[in-house]
Design a protein around this ligand. Structure first.
Ligand SMILES: [Zn+2]
Length: 349
């Protein structure tokens, strides 16, 4: 870290932490796996948090914060119980099996409860997420592939990992944020997947069941974990962008996933995590009608007790850092605060 930034953070972090001690930072994690220890023939381009970074981060944060469960956090934010200063929450999206095998043993060292958000249809069908399928196919291409999407050309050269990764990143972003009709984007995704898998040495389906990066928890594992105190919440049935589908589809995705989780865990499922943070005011209304009590976004920031909109809780990505100040700045929401200021400044210049 540059020394000027280090000096600035060493002054700002402790001040920020005192000022925000009665606010809650909710941390967001997806897959947790170690590039060196994964017994796998491939390494995803999509970001994976390493167990070393998770352990180091929790070790540093646990000296300042206590980790509380998501349900306690919601109770504190809604005034059911008093806020406990210097609290933090850990959440995992997508329901990867490595959350149980690689993250939870580390969490238990720090007495940190976990909340895992499941896309329940993927568990029933044992179906990988499209972005993981695409990641795998791209890294096993037999030849150079090029195609156009919304007037942009995407080039996937099998022997150029840097360009491959850049193109994958850009394409994923373009697909998620496409202004076109969402159903036509979904069929475009399937078309692209077929093109890539037909031109690659196999597909993720060949290894999915035991793949340490992308395999998903099954219901037996979820039942056991829920008895041990892991909270399971809804990440919809099909990982659909809820703001881009009609009300009936939203209602089905919310009520069916809730039912799936409650039937399998015997616990009530009242917290929703919007896939890719996508929502509309209508989605929130429908979530309330389905019996949800809170919703998690992917917008960085901290949460205030008595917060008006408990259905738009902010989350900060678990800091992928191994130094004290950056870990504290990221996890406490200070980094997100700066990012928001920067965005506002850019908007007005
Ligand atoms: Zn997700």
């Amino acid at each position: 870290m540059q020394s000027a930034k280090k000096i600035l953070l060493s002054i700002l972090v402790p001040i920020w932490q005192i000022l925000t001690r009665r606010n809650l930072s909710i941390l967001m994690i997806h897959g947790v796996m170690d590039r060196n220890s994964a017994k796998s023939s491939w390494i995803p381009m999509r970001f994976q948090l390493s167990p070393y970074i998770l352990d180091k981060g929790l070790n540093i944060l646990s000296k300042k914060y206590s980790f509380i469960s998501i349900t306690e956090a919601i109770d504190m934010l809604t005034g059911v119980i008093p806020i406990k200063p210097y609290s933090m929450v850990l959440t995992f999206d997508d329901g990867y099996r490595n959350n149980l095998s690689h993250a939870l043993p580390i969490l238990s060292k720090y007495n940190a409860p976990a909340a895992i958000f499941l896309s329940t249809g993927h568990i029933y069908t044992n179906e990988p997420y499209w972005y993981d399928r695409m990641d795998y196919a791209l890294q096993h291409l037999k030849c150079n592939i090029q195609f156009e999407f919304e007037s942009n050309l995407y080039n996937f050269p099998p022997n150029n990992p840097f360009e491959l990764s850049q193109s994958f990143h850009n394409l994923r972003y373009a697909l998620k944020s496409s202004p076109s009709n969402y159903l036509s984007t979904l069929s475009k995704i399937n078309e692209i997947l077929s093109l890539l898998e037909n031109n690659s040495h196999g597909s993720l389906y060949d290894i999915f069941e035991n793949d340490p990066w992308t395999s998903l928890l099954n219901w037996d594992e979820i039942k056991i974990a829920s008895k041990k105190g892991i909270y399971f919440g809804s990440h919809t049935v099909d990982h659909l962008l809820l703001g881009k589908v009609n009300s009936q589809v939203v209602l089905n995705q919310l009520s069916i996933s809730k039912q799936h989780i409650e039937n399998n865990t015997g616990q009530s499922c009242q917290i929703l995590c919007y896939p890719d943070g996508d929502y509309t005011p209508e989605v929130i209304k429908l979530a309330q009608n389905c019996g949800y009590k809170a919703g998690l976004s992917i917008r960085g920031g901290i949460n205030h007790p008595g917060q008006k909109n408990i259905f738009l809780l902010s989350r900060n990505s678990f800091p992928n850092r191994d130094n004290y100040l950056s870990i504290h700045a990221g996890a406490s929401g200070l980094t997100a605060f700066f990012q928001r200021i920067r965005l506002n400044v850019n908007k007005h210049t």
